[in-house]
Design a protein around this ligand. Structure first.
Ligand code: PXP
Length: 261
């Protein structure tokens, strides 16, 4: 299982003071040393954490491949084409969200996605689509001839948190809060089955499968056992743990949990 470490949250901390410390660039060597396989960053339209200069220097200096998450806004796509990361992961973006809240609307944005993907491919950048684990969306993604899909594990992570910690990872609705343990368990099983069956479906279509969002040191075990998923992209939980035990150890611990032997 490959691990992409999302280092945006280092920039989130920096932006809390609007100074230049901590610098996400300084994480590169530690991520490599700890066994990370990829660096993931999100260049948001509002530049709320990663700035253009971060993306430029991280892509220039990283010895690990960089996976740049971005929206399908043509201006952003043009910037990404110039930056030339190894991979671009296209994600939906909404200025009011705290974090990426759902998968791409592939059907509603099919033409726009095609244009963005063509430009990225013309610049030798491989493309991943961040999507909900649904077969019809995977089928459309395959028609767009992307190399990767990244399955959104947010629903799974949210139900897991409500069931086992009584804490929701995202903003739960009152309706969800009223669910009993039995109902939450069946919701959790359903969300895992959805991820499993859509991974199988995607593999048949020759897509490479990543997963991410809301994965942590508890829930990751269930996702890492799905054989078709070959990469996990994890940010919040690794950076949160690194505050207490250091980034290197936080990555080593996660790698240990997700290795499939
Ligand atoms: N994958 C994608 C496409 C994301 O947008 C994010 C959030 O930035 C992640 C993975 C990582 O999510 P988390 O920070 O919850 O681990």
């Amino acid at each position: 299982m490959l691990l992409g470490v999302n280092i945006d949250h280092i920039a989130v901390l920096r932006e809390a003071r609007k100074i230049n410390d901590p610098n996400p660039l300084d994480a590169l060597g530690i991520c490599k040393l700890a066994g990370a396989d990829q660096i993931t960053i999100h260049l948001r339209e509002d530049r709320r954490h990663i700035h253009d200069n971060d993306a430029i220097t991280i892509i220039k200096h990283s010895s690990l491949p960089v996976n740049l998450e971005c929206s399908i806004n043509p201006e952003i796509i043009d910037i990404v084409c110039k930056l030339k990361p190894a991979r671009a992961t296209l994600v939906p973006e909404n200025r009011n969200e705290v974090t990426t809240e759902g998968g791409l609307d592939v059907k509603g944005n099919f033409e726009k996605l095609q244009k963005a993907i063509d430009k990225l491919h013309a610049n030798e950048i491989e493309v991943s689509l961040f999507i909900d684990p649904k077969n019809e969306i995977i089928e459309l993604s395959s028609q767009l001839e992307v190399e990767w899909i990244e399955l959104h594990t947010g629903t799974f992570a949210n139900v897991y948190a409500m069931l086992y910690t009584n804490l929701s990872q995202t903003h739960h609705t009152i309706k969800e809060l009223e669910l009993s343990k039995v109902e939450l368990k069946s919701k959790l099983e359903k969300s895992i089955k959805e991820i499993e069956s859509s991974s199988k479906f995607a593999k048949k279509l020759n897509l490479k499968i990543a997963a991410g969002h809301g994965l942590n040191y508890q829930n990751v075990i269930l996702i890492s056992k799905i054989p078709e998923i070959i990469e996990l992209n994890i940010g919040q939980s690794i950076i949160a743990r690194s505050v207490f035990i250091g980034l290197e150890k936080a990555i080593v611990d996660m790698k240990e949990l997700i290795k499939n032997d």
